[in-house]
Ligand binder design. Structure first.
Ligand code: FE2
Length: 471
């Protein structure tokens, strides 16, 4: 080790973007770059990659910080001990850390305390000083998506945009981040331009593919979306993000009432009963099955396997977004004990905790958990009363507009089933105004008109749905 240090001591201590790294070993810095690229391109196991380097380079502070910080994105309790331990290894060596690394340590210390927003601010402070710190940019952008900071997930990229160009390694990922941020802020045209630029540099860039998928979803370009996604399915990468891209593909099919195709996607790509699975895979799986059920499609025994996966996490109170998907599986599989465990754990938690997730859970997570319970118990009016007041606050749950649409759709379906047809018509009209190419949205309009006794408009809405399917 000492020989290596002597040999490399005169080398500039920076990564390939000129960002300072305190540990003076080129092999270790190259390994960190590989791990960061794996995380950005959704390929391989970035944590395993850096761990293998840390065996030979235990003093590589930025290596420990990569491991710890990347684990924040898992949003699972099972990795918590490892995440804390990796931070501890970096803290032990803080006297050797440079300012950038001290900033990353401070961010992780905030995260461990549950201060997710504080962690983001500390990563942002690193980024202000080192705008080429691609890992800090990745962490800020992705965490803002997790926390539902819609404007921030776009603007964090804009703030560094004039520092970057195509000559800098990783630029295609920066374009992908910006594309998604633009899309979530409804700047669809610019979003698609940036995503396609990213794809022209690197076609196998799942995050840029994802940004285009969101644009097509929000703009109701179902046929084009299915074609675009299927043409790129072989470059979606090897991580759970591939499942998310299959979930996106299923949304186009749902819009066109192509339920067999949506079930095929679930059975062939999202059903985790044949593999270990992680929370992201199970999120997408639950999100698709719930939508299929809202569409009136029975799902056989598919919920049981999914509920098995979620039940150990019933009392996690780690991330409200996980909890609402866990609750969908418990109510759909009739697991009363798991429902009660999740609700009582969350009710205790929001009364006593003050961390970032407590606010997410209190404002949106718990109302939606109770709403899905009401829905499954056929207490549709109660479901409406619970979800209607929070429908414009749902971004606080995190995730994307496409993901959170499950709340609006549940509210609409509950209004229809509660025979509150005037409200249902208004909610369905909102959906056709935003996405007039969705046959499913027109079916909801038709059902609401029919409930109000307006068969003429109901027939017209059904005909519109039919023509979209035929087209
Ligand atoms: Fe997405």
């Amino acid at each position: 080790m000492s020989e290596t240090l002597t040999k490399t001591a005169t080398r500039p201590r920076t990564d390939c973007r000129g960002v300072p790294v305190s540990y003076p070993n080129a092999d270790a810095i190259d390994a960190l770059e590989r791990a960061i690229t794996m995380s950005l391109s959704f390929r391989g196991d970035p944590v395993a990659e850096i761990e293998s380097t840390l065996v030979d380079h235990p003093d590589f502070i930025m290596g420990w910080l990569f491991k710890s910080a990347w684990m924040t994105q898992y949003m699972e309790t099972r990795i918590y001990g490892e995440m804390v331990a990796a931070l501890g290894e970096a803290e032990k060596r803080i006297s050797q850390a440079n300012d950038r690394e001290k900033g990353h340590i401070a961010a992780m210390q905030a995260w461990i305390k549950g201060d997710f927003h504080g962690a983001v601010q500390k990563w942002e402070a690193v980024l202000f000083q080192y705008p080429m710190d691609l890992f800090a940019l990745e962490l800020v952008h992705l965490t803002m998506v997790l926390l539902g900071d819609v404007v921030g997930q776009r603007d964090v990229v804009a703030r560094v945009s004039n520092n970057w160009d195509e000559s800098i390694p990783g630029y295609e990922f920066v374009l992908g981040f910006y594309a998604f941020g633009l899309e979530e802020n409804r700047d669809f045209s610019m979003a698609e331009d940036h995503a396609r630029r990213a794809l022209s540099i690197r076609p196998d860039n799942p995050y840029a593919i994802h940004a285009v998928a969101h644009v097509m979803e929000m703009r109701g370009r179902q046929a084009g979306g299915i074609r675009f996604m299927n043409e790129r399915a072989d470059v979606w990468g090897t991580t759970n993000f591939a499942n998310h891209l299959w979930w996106h593909t299923s949304l186009y099919h749902l819009d066109m009432e192509q339920y067999d195709q949506a079930f095929d996607i679930f059975d062939n790509h999202l059903d985790s009963r044949r593999k270990g699975g992680n929370k992201y895979e199970e999120l997408d799986a639950a999100a698709l099955l719930w939508r299929l059920n809202l569409s009136g499609q029975p799902s056989g025994d598919r919920w049981a396997h999914l509920a098995d996966k979620w039940e150990p996490a019933a009392q996690d109170t780690l991330y409200a977004f996980n909890d609402v998907h866990a609750m969908m599986t418990f109510v759909s599989d009739g697991r009363t004990d798991a429902q009660n465990a999740l609700l009582s754990a969350n009710e205790r938690y929001v009364q006593s905790a003050s961390d970032a997730n407590a606010a997410m859970s209190r404002e949106i997570g718990l109302p939606f958990c109770l709403g899905v319970q009401d829905f499954k118990n056929e207490h549709y009016a109660a479901c409406v009363d619970r979800l209607f007041p929070v429908r414009y606050m749902t971004h606080r749950l995190g995730g994307s507009f496409a993901q959170r649409d499950i709340i609006a759709w549940t509210l609409l379906e509950a209004a229809l089933r509660a025979k509150r047809f005037d409200l249902a018509l208004g909610l369905a009209n909102e959906r056709t105004a935003l996405k007039p190419t969705s046959a499913q949205n027109w079916r909801a309009v038709a059902r609401a008109f029919k409930g109000l006794g307006d068969t003429g408009n109901a027939d017209r809405a059904n005909a519109r749905a039919q023509s979209l399917i035929a087209a």
